[in-house]
Design a protein around this ligand. Sequence first.
Ligand code: TXA
Ligand code: MG
Length: 325
Amino acid sequence: MTAKIIDIARDPEGALEAALQVLGEGFPVAIPTETVYGLAADATNAAAIARIYETKGRPRFNPLICHMADLQMAERYGQFDPLSRKLAEAFWPGPLTLILPLVEQSGIHPLATAGLDTVGIRVPKGFAAQLIRHFGRPLAAPSANTSGKVSPTSAAHVAEDLGSKLTLILDGGAAPVGVESTIVRVEDGRIRLLRPGGVSAEEIEAVTGIAVVRPDGPSATIEAPGMLASHYAPGADVRLNAETVEKGEALILFGGQPAAGADRAHAVFDLSPSGDLAEAAANLFDYLKQADSTGATRIAVASIPAHGLGEAINDRLARAAAPRE
Ligand code: TXA
Ligand code: MG
């Protein structure tokens, strides 16, 4: 099997029709979202969800994010408290996932929620939302990569990794955000950050006037089990906060500030020469993959600012550098 790739810009109707057909038959389709490419399947169909896990080689206990066309659709599946609704109204469609109590008998299959009584919901932008509206049911969609690998931000990334296991990949160009959605859970009027992502904690605080509570250490891995330490791992080892470059290493830097010895680097990638964190997030996974494919002995990454989207970037880099199982 080799996946057919349809360019949405060239053939929007053909893309929609082909995707609806595959989804209706209970198979996954790789689709672009503003964050990363997703491996989407009918969230109400057990076999379809099982095929996501099978394609990714993902452990079964991971709950998946369920994507909705809009807030109105989301309310049929998740129970919104006022603060969660406020966040939805402020950031949807967009890169924010809310963990909500699951509506009983909603139709979402327990395989999608890993049997939890909560559900992770997000409304994506653009074509993905349009597809869900036409499909009429939520789409469960983790990132469209083999479990543990770097997330895909282009159709080419997906084709390279999973092309032989899929029938259809929709090409929507480079994912503009480049890192996965921010995951939060509202509890007792507090906003807990379970995964930093495309919406910064500062933006959430500006909208709500409430301080975001960050996870303290590894306990967060129980709540968001997809957040296992060695995630997003390229093949080469990754060394963080590099101040000097060692021979044979590929260097990833930010804001045009090369580390000492950059001239002996195997290859150099600047996430954003102008120092723009949004641009850096959009380039992160692609540059990790490119650095990896240079044949460098290791990937050295210079320090990246910690504020705003830098929190999500540093989170993904820490996982890329974590010891492998
Ligand atoms: O940007 C994104 O969020 C992308 C695109 C495709 O939308 N999707 C994505 O999904 O990153 P995935 O499956 O790779 O990440 C799902 C994360 C995992 O960490 C999972 O544990 C957490 O969401 N999650 C999902 N449902 C949950 C729940 N009910 N409770 C706690 N965590 C949940
Ligand atoms: Mg993923």
